[in-house]
Design a binder for this molecule. Structure first.
Ligand code: SAM
Length: 236
């Protein structure tokens, strides 16, 4: 399939990842980093308005299972996988991942600010969860050992988002810097606006992303190109 966007190191496809992953070379991926539809029927409001495809109640975990089956052969035996999830989908997502990979733990991205929901009768959801798994072959994480709570990385302000659930590039870079060797290959089957791909480009990792919606491919391609042109300090 013709990529939507490609450079020497980053390739983005506008496709359904369940079809496209079947064409990737086997055992080529060092790090799976992805933020799939959580199955929480995310709608957003204001600047983050817009629903996420395949985000219906049971669809999230079904989609994750299908993707892991399709991606399985592409993963190296010593792969590290980081998969974002919601507290309500954590058990189902853990089960789905455990069928293919070894669970190593859960990380918490502490966002240090509230969120939507029942503001009067629930605690503010000021964090997000990331499940960490590996392949059967052990490979050490890079860098100094870090705690499982990741703090000090601010969410993308709503007015600057190009995707309703856009993750900060710094957060993706933190995970890739530890889970993917220099020059290694990163896969994000739910690329959205390309935060994983921008982080990979910034760190000198190769990356393949897949995104179903063309408008988000367009945003990802724009971000990648802008960063190549002006560098990380000046990119929007
Ligand atoms: C939670 S968002 C990812 C946001 C991304 N992390 C970012 O920073 O912009 C999940 C994305 O998966 C996409 N998606 C849903 N089903 C898909 C499929 N079958 N294949 C590829 N992408 C899909 C949605 O369109 C959405 O953009």
């Amino acid at each position: 399939m013709k990529p939507y966007y490609s450079t020497d190191t980053v390739t983005l496809y506008n496709a359904d990842c369940r079809d496209l992953l079947l064409d990737l070379p086997s055992q080529s991926v060092d790090c799976l980093l992805t933020d799939p539809p959580y199955g929480m029927a995310f709608k957003g409001d204001g600047a983050t308005a817009g629903s996420i495809r395949a985000d219906g109640a049971r669809e999230g975990v079904r989609m994750l299972r299908q993707v892991l089956t399709a991606a399985g052969p592409t993963l190296k035996p010593d792969v590290h996988a980081f998969v974002f999830c919601h507290w309500a989908s954590w058990p189902d997502f853990t089960d789905a991942l455990s069928a293919h990979l070894r669970s190593k733990g859960g990380l918490v991205w502490w966002k240090d600010r509230g969120g939507v929901g029942d503001c009067a009768a629930s605690f503010a959801p000021n964090y997000e969860m990331v499940l960490h798994s590996t392949g059967a072959q052990r490979r050490a994480l890079l860098g100094k050992r870090h705690g499982a709570v990741l703090s000090g990385i601010a969410p993308v302000p709503p007015r600057r988002r190009t995707h309703p659930t856009e993750k900060p590039v710094e957060l993706m870079a933190f995970l890739l810097a530890r889970g993917c060797p220099a020059g290694g290959m990163v896969l994000d089957p739910f690329a959205g606006s390309g935060s994983t791909l921008v982080a990979a480009q910034r760190l000198g990792r190769r990356a393949v992303g897949v995104e179903l919606e063309e408008r988000y491919c367009e945003a990802a391609a724009r971000r990648l190109e802008e960063e190549r042109r002006v560098g990380p300090e000046h990119a929007g």
